[in-house]
Structure formats: C-alpha cells, structure tokens
Design a protein around this ligand. Structure first.
Ligand code: 1HE
Length: 265
C-alpha cells in the first residue's frame, strides 16, 4: 500500500491537517461530482491509505453546489458495458465504500444539494451525515432504467428501511429537510453542513484512535453477525479497547472527579 503522500488525485482533493483531520473533496464540480470509474479508484486509494496516515477523522465534502449526482451516466452510456463489466465496476464501488465503513476512521459527510443514486450510496458509507437546508436525497435509478449497485440495498435500506427505499426507487420520491432527518437519511440538519461536519470531526478526533477504530468498524461488522456471535465479538473488542492504556488517564480523572460529566447543556 502506498502512503497518502505518494498518491496523486485527479478527481479528488485530499488534505490532512495538524489536528489529524483529513478532508476528502469530490472535485468534479462540472459533472456535479458524478462518480466515474477513475473517482471510484481514487476513493479506494485514499480510504486505504487514510487509516495508516495518522488521520483521526475525515470530512467528506464536495466542490460546487451538489454533493454527488451518482453514477457517471454519460461514461456508463458511452462505455456500453456488458453485465460482467458492470459487475466488476460495482465490486470496485463496494471496495471503496467498504474501506470507508469498515476502515476505523470516523468519516463525516458534509452534504448539500443533490445526494442522489450512487451519491447517496457514497454518503451512506460515512459514519455521520450532516445536511443543510438545500440538501435533498433521491434514488432515481428506476427512472433511469437502472438499479443500485453501490451498496444501497444494504446501507440505505439499513438507514431508512426497505419500504421507504423501494418507494424512493419506484417513484423518484425525494427527501429533504427535517423529514430527511426523521427517516434517518441525515443525523444533523444545519445551516452550514461543512462547518458542522468539521466540528463533529474535531470532537471525534479527541477520542482515543482505538476507541474510534472499534466504533467505526466493529458496530458495522456486528450488524453482519448473528446476535450470539455479535455479543461474543463485542466482548472481545471491549476486552481490547476498554483496557487500553489511553483509557487509564480518562478513568482516573473520572475517579478523581475532574472529568467532564455527561449532562445536557
Ligand atoms: C452528469 C451527471 C451524472 C450531472 N453522470 N454526468 N444520477 C442521476 O440520475 C442524477 C443526474 N443528474 C441530475 O439530475 C442533475 O445533473 C443534478 C440535479 C444533479 C444537477 O443539476 P444541474 O442543473 O446543476 O446540472 P446539469 O446541467 O444537469 O449537469 C451539469 C453537467 O453535469 C452536465 O454535463 P455537461 O457536459 O453537459 O455540462 C451533466 O451531463 C453532468 N452530470 N449528473 C454524468 N450522474 C452503482 S449504480 C448507481 C446508479 C445511480 O447512481 S443512478 C442515479 C444517477
């Protein structure tokens, strides 16, 4: 695996600041950040490298007024792909999004404008989604004569349930605003989604990396297991995380009465 500093990007912008906050920007504004094959390859590269590059959290944002217009429909049409070829494309999408969901680095998606089709699949692989008033969510696959291929049947159905997902795909129904939060497409609805995403990334980055690794990989893995196996795996993960050196000082501070209490403002 090549380190982050060795990677070059054509469709992404990637930075890592002194707080350990990585910012990954979808940078194809002219095409509304539609996901072509090159962008998916770059997402695989960056999310393979980030966990080992010292990133403590990541903001996933986009250039321009829209987060992401989904699959690059023009590339797909021009390539006139066979079923086998498109299956391989989908496997690359899964690789990218699995790197995100299971990579152990908290990813906060700063959303705006269209979050549609594969764009929603991408956003769903983040750990937290922050929307603004102009953000809208859709799955226009049915109207395009397509089907989801980037994990929506798992992640979007997991967020909102299969009945709502099927409705979105069949009818083109869009969600936005408080309704999008209420159904589970976003966890925050704010004026400035980028500022909020950065604030949340900084908050997450203050946790010990091993705790974040568990939170941002184990929960997802455990959803894939039987309840019995998930409970066993939870105990094993907690055995490692809850006895880490980094937790000792925090526990000591609590015992001494100097640690912050968990109280609403
Ligand atoms: C694109 C794409 C795209 C824009 N692929 N080129 N996704 C969709 O069905 C959504 C398709 N896009 C739209 O509905 C609109 O573009 C937006 C609502 C997102 C934005 O509208 P607008 O007015 O700001 O931009 P535009 O004029 O529609 O597009 C600007 C340019 O971006 C134009 O290119 P140009 O060369 O003519 O300037 C568009 O062609 C280009 N563009 N969206 C390619 N998606 C793994 S399976 C996943 C299946 C799916 O994702 S299905 C959902 C596909």
């Amino acid at each position: 695996m090549r380190p982050l500093s060795d990677l070059t990007f054509r469709t992404l912008l990637v930075t890592l600041d002194d707080d350990g906050i990585a910012t990954v920007t979808l940078n194809r504004e002219a095409k509304r950040n539609a996901l072509d094959a090159a962008t998916i390859d770059e997402l695989i590269d960056v999310f393979t490298a980030l966990p080992r590059a010292g990133a403590r959290a990541c903001v996933l944002r986009a250039a321009g007024p829209h987060f992401c217009a989904g699959l690059d429909l023009v590339e797909h049409w021009q390539a006139d792909r066979s079923a086998a070829e498109f299956m391989q494309i989908c496997l690359r999408w899964h690789e990218a999004f699995n790197k995100m969901e299971y990579g152990g680095v908290p990813i906060i998606a700063a959303l705006k404008g269209a979050v549609v089709g594969g764009g929603l699949e991408l956003a769903s692989a983040a750990h937290i989604r922050v929307a603004d008033a102009g953000t809208y969510f859709g799955l226009p696959e049915g109207q395009r004569g397509l089907f989801t291929g980037g994990g929506a049947t798992i992640r979007v159905a997991g967020l909102i349930g299969k009945a709502r997902m099927i409705d979105m795909m069949l009818t083109g129904r869009l969600y936005r605003g408080q309704q999008a939060v209420d159904v589970g497409l976003a966890q925050y609805l704010v004026e400035d989604s980028e500022a909020k995403a950065h604030e949340l990334a900084l908050a997450a980055a203050r946790n010990p990396p091993l705790s974040n690794f568990a939170i941002c990989s184990a929960v997802s893995h455990m959803q894939n297991m039987s309840a019995l196996d998930a409970a066993y795996a939870e105990a094993a993960v907690a055995g490692v995380v809850n006895t880490q050196e980094a937790a000792r000082a925090r526990l000591e501070a609590f015992a001494a009465g100097t640690a912050a209490r968990v109280r609403p403002d």
